[in-house]
Each structure stands twice: as structure tokens, then as C-alpha cells.
Design a protein around this ligand. Structure first.
Ligand code: ASP
Length: 349
């Protein structure tokens, strides 16, 4: 039986190895801006509109790259950099604070054409961590650089270095004070794994997956991690195979959610394995993986895109900031459950 199963898996893998990415004029960009207990009652149409505009700006930046014949890697970087520069998301400027009051940023990227990958973790002075992750990938020697070493590398690569105060926003600082206080309460009540996460559970990690004209996939993710994180904690976002994965033979994936459980599920790679080996669609593979994450007490969302342009934006939280745009320039964005709504892409500045 085992041998039969092994033979079947080998056969499926071989088929996928032989299946080259289709040369296609179809392009697609899918983004997320984090998943969590987003509650319309605690938001307002004005606040939601601000997020929708920020998502549209990120889609516009990435779409411009794809429409101009650029690579999926460059489109992912362009879209994520816009969200890193926006104070609305928990990535780059507007990132959450660690227990000690620092903004410590993690990011990763992967190129589906050759499975090259790069990541940085716990960096405090690189304006756009996704660009640093991309520089690590293009340098090609290492995959993940940490802290001061990553910052030295980024500086040597000519990337923009900023004072740590660039990342600070008052709202995130208030969230840290709340989280510090509430953590005691949660511990007293013997809270479960999800409840142990920040009480203001509006995570805002950002990610993007893209398919370019040449049939190449790419994925990237960037985050400030968790409010009140301690002891040099690093989540799934910079971990290749957990928060990010891209392989032309299957799918590109970016995750957001309770990072520890996404690492323990090898979530992003798991989605690719379910597509490649079990023949699932992007949506089926995302749902199955989120169910596995839930089994061990986690929640969050996944964006998934294959080399034909089929995609999914799935989450098992109340909401996920998300959006997508195809070759025709038609874009849609969503925040809560249900259908995404059409949005006009802004002109690029
Ligand atoms: N996955 C991120 C982390 O655990 C958090 C998030 O997605 O909001 O660092």
C-alpha cells in the first residue's frame, strides 16, 4: 500500500515537474493587508474607504509593473512597498510595537520561476523590508538575514535606511499599552492560543502574489509581527514555506494570521503541495490548509494564485483586507466576508 502511494506521489510529482509554466498574456495580482477579527461595528464607512483606497493604490502600483511587461517579482515588490509605506497596515510604517517598544520588521519574497528566495527578520531601520528581502534573494548567497546583519547588508546594497521613528504611529503605540495590560488579564483567564494574541486583534500583515506575462509566479509578505511580541519572536512571514511560497509548477502563496500555527503547518508550502500532489484548486487548498491551522488553534488568511491566473483569497477570521486586479485592469477589493467590490485604480503619481 505504502509503495503504491509512493509511486502515485512520484508520478504526480513527475507530471508537475514536466509541466512548464504556460506562456501567457494573462496577468494577475492578488494582495492582502492582514486578517483578523475585523468588525464593521467597530469601523466606519470612512475608515473602510481609507483601507480600500490604500489597497487600490497597492494594486495600481503592482498592476503597472505587470501591464508594462515587468516581472511578477517586481510587481509583488511594488505592491507591498506601497502598503509598507502606508500607516494603515502592520508593515513598514505603522508596524506594531514589540514589548520593549520597538518596531521589528520581517519580510520575505520568492520567485516561482526558479524558487529563489530571500528574507529579512527583526530589522528596525530598513524603510522597505520587502526590498531588502529581494536584495537578499538577488544576491543569491543566503536566504534569510537577521537584525543588524540584515541592516548592514541593506545599507551596502544602497537601500533606504531610516531612523526607527519613521515606523512609529500613535495608534500602534496605544495598542501596545492595551496589549501590555490585557496580557495579564488573558493569562489570568488561562486563554487559549488564539486569545493569547494581541487583544486588539486587527492584524495588518501585508502580502502579494503575482503572475506576469511570461507565466512566472512570485509571492511576498511583510509584517511588523505581533503587538507586544517578546524575546526576539519571529513569525511565519519571513519563513519560506510558512508565510510565503512560489513555484511556477503549482502556486504562489502569501499568508497572514497567527504565525506560530502557520509555521507549524508549513502553511504556504502545504497549499502548494495540495495543489500539486492532490490536484486541489487554489481555493480548496487554501481552505484545507486553514482548517489544519485551525486544528492547532490558529486562524488567518491565505492568498493563492496559479500559473493560469486562477486565484483564491480565503480566510477563517471575520475579515481580511484584500484585493485583486487582472490583465484588463479591473480591480476588486474586500474587507469583510462576501463578495469583493469593484474599485477604480488611482493614477500613479
Ligand atoms: N503572521 C504574522 C505574524 O505572526 C502576523 C499577521 O499576519 O498579522 O507575525
Amino acid at each position: 500500500m505504502r509503495v503504491l502511494l509512493f509511486a502515485l506521489v512520484c508520478c504526480l510529482m513527475t507530471n508537475h515537474t514536466l509541466a512548464a509554466a504556460p506562456a501567457t498574456a494573462v496577468t494577475r495580482l492578488v494582495i492582502h493587508g492582514g486578517a483578523g477579527t475585523l468588525d464593521p461595528a467597530r469601523s466606519s464607512p470612512r475608515i473602510d474607504a481609507g483601507y480600500e483606497q490604500a489597497l487600490a493604490a497597492a494594486l495600481a502600483a503592482g498592476h503597472a509593473v505587470l501591464a508594462g511587461g515587468g516581472s511578477s517579482v517586481d510587481a509583488v515588490v511594488a505592491a507591498i512597498a506601497v502598503m509598507e509605506d502606508s500607516p494603515l497596515f502592520n508593515a513598514g510604517r505603522g508596524a506594531v510595537f514589540s514589548h520593549e517598544g520597538h518596531n521589528e520588521l520581517d519580510a520575505s519574497i520568492m520567485d516561482g520561476a526558479n524558487r529563489a528566495a530571500g528574507a529579512v527578520a527583526a530589522v528596525r531601520t530598513i524603510r522597505n523590508p520587502v526590498r531588502a528581502a529581494t536584495a537578499v534573494m538577488r544576491d543569491g548567497v543566503h536566504v534569510m538575514l537577521l537584525g543588524a546583519g540584515a541592516e548592514e547588508f541593506a545599507r551596502a546594497q544602497g537601500l533606504e535606511i531610516v531612523d526607527p521613528s519613521w515606523f512609529r504611529t500613535e495608534e500602534r503605540w496605544r495598542q501596545l499599552q492595551k496589549a501590555r495590560a490585557a496580557q495579564r488579564v488573558l493569562r489570568d483567564h488561562d486563554a487559549g492560543p488564539v486569545a493569547a494574541y494581541a487583544p486588539d486583534d486587527k492584524r495588518g500583515t501585508v502580502g502579494a502574489v503575482a503572475l506576469d506575462r511570461h507565466g512566472n509566479l512570485a509571492a511576498g509578505t511583510s509584517t511588523g509581527g505581533l503587538t507586544n511580541k517578546r524575546w526576539g519572536r519571529i513569525g511565519d512571514s519571513p519563513v519560506i514555506g510558512a508565510g510565503t511560497w512560489a513555484d511556477n509548477r503549482t502556486v504562489a502563496v502569501s499568508a497572514t494570521g497567527t504565525g506560530e500555527m502557520f509555521i507549524r503547518s508549513a502553511a504556504a508550502h502545504q497549499v502548494a503541495a495540495l495543489v500539486g500532489l492532490a490536484g486541489m484548486s487554489p481555493a480548496q487548498a487554501a481552505d484545507a490548509t486553514l482548517a489544519e491551522v485551525a486544528e492547532i488553534g490558529g486562524d488567518g488568511g491565505l492568498i493563492v494564485l496559479d500559473a493560469h491566473g486562477d486565484f483564491a483569497m480565503r480566510f477563517n477570521t471575520r475579515g481580511m483586507y484584500r484585493g485583486t486586479v487582472g490583465s484588463d485592469g479591473r480591480a476588486r477589493v474586500g474587507i469583510y466576508g462576501g463578495e469583493e467590490k469593484p474599485v477604480r485604480l488611482p493614477a500613479l503619481r
